[in-house]
Design a protein around this ligand. Structure first.
Ligand code: DP6
Length: 325
């Protein structure tokens, strides 16, 4: 049977940074994100009797190597759960995520893949089970099962059965904007997977990072309910800076920032000094995302566009969770 699913990417306001189990992808800390309507992946999966291996097409190109392996390894989990170890599939995935914007397409990619594959192999899962499955493809992807503001509960159990996403507020709860600031040249030297591992193992700041999460989470959830952009923005910014501080204290130390990253941070701080409630957050790369309310759309866009080293600004609204096409 064939099934097609669509999933949006998400931006973490409280970051997932560090795993306690690499294989099952179990995090050290809870995280919280906003699903974005502008960036998504559509994936179709068709299990075919005449196939002896999976065939994975990404944006029309047949893939090989590491890219294909990550998908096949993930489908192995779906096959095992469905009790169909010899069912192989043709997979077509189209990313509408500008990779240059520094959004990991793995979040929308694994959410769409998990949903389409589970449906195509006739594995009946509820949303919680789907989030658990998706998590095993890429951690941040488990939050993309739902729209709007979403928390990922780290869980305690070693089998990961209590580590899944929970919706906090729907996409229509709050009309807020996220601008993805695309840098002219953005090369990522340390992958997020490698970066978080090095940080957990060597950063002297890592224990403080973990300790800081519960207070951030409680406060940001209050801010989301109250639609308080200052509160949400200030917590998200501080949380982002703390995550990046852990990389500076790792061994060997590293940073995802480039000079333009710092210019954008300063421009956002200047906007705030001028009375514009805009706040930044940064994932495992040099690009910056800016959170603001729609009444400041023009001012924020124009300011960001005019920074030297900025190539483009792509604005998104809150998005919905997984849908089937
Ligand atoms: C900095 O979900 O891409 O974006 O679980 O190893 O696939 P894996 O990592 P991934 O890491 C995302 C890290 C982050 C913060 C976040 O999205 O919460």
């Amino acid at each position: 049977m064939k099934a097609t699913a669509k999933a949006h990417t998400n931006i973490a306001l409280i970051k997932y940074w560090g795993k306690r189990d690499e294989s099952l992808i179990l995090p050290m800390n809870n995280s919280l994100s906003l699903t974005l309507d502008g960036f998504y992946t559509t994936t179709s999966v068709e299990f075919q009797n005449d196939l002896s291996a999976d065939r994975f097409y990404l944006n029309g190109q047949l893939t090989e190597g590491a890219e294909k392996h990550r998908v096949t390894a993930f489908l192995d989990r779906i096959r095992a759960a469905a009790g169909e170890p010899d069912a192989f599939a043709e997979i077509h995935s189209a990313n509408h995520v500008p990779t240059a914007a520094g959004f990991a397409s793995s979040a929308s990619g694994f959410a769409a893949l998990a949903a389409a594959a589970a449906k195509a192999i006739d594995l009946s899962v509820n949303q919680q089970q789907l989030s658990i499955l998706t998590r095993q493809g890429s951690g941040s992807a488990c939050r993309s099962v739902y729209g709007g503001f979403v928390e990922w509960e780290k869980g305690k159990l070693s089998d990961g059965s209590d580590s899944f996403a929970i919706p906090v507020a729907s996409a229509d709860h709050w009309d807020i904007r996220v601008a993805a600031v695309v840098l002219s040249s953005a090369e990522k030297k340390v992958l997020s997977r490698e970066g978080m591992k090095r940080t957990v193992n060597t950063s002297v700041y890592y224990p403080s990072w973990v300790d800081s999460i519960p207070d951030d989470l409680a406060a940001i959830k209050d801010g989301i309910v109250a639609k308080d952009v200052e509160k949400v923005g200030e917590i998200a910014e501080a949380n982002c800076l703390r995550m990046h501080a852990t990389t500076l204290a790792a061994n060997p130390p590293f940073s995802y920032w480039q000079s333009t990253t710092v210019s954008i941070i300063q421009a956002v701080q200047d906007l705030r000094a001028a009375g514009v409630p805009a706040f930044f957050t940064i994932d495992a790369g040099p690009n910056v995302k800016v959170l603001y309310t729609p009444d400041y759309e023009e001012k924020v866009r124009n300011t960001l566009r005019n920074i030297a080293g900025v190539h483009d600004v792509k604005v998104s609204k809150p998005g919905e969770g997984i849908s089937y096409i």
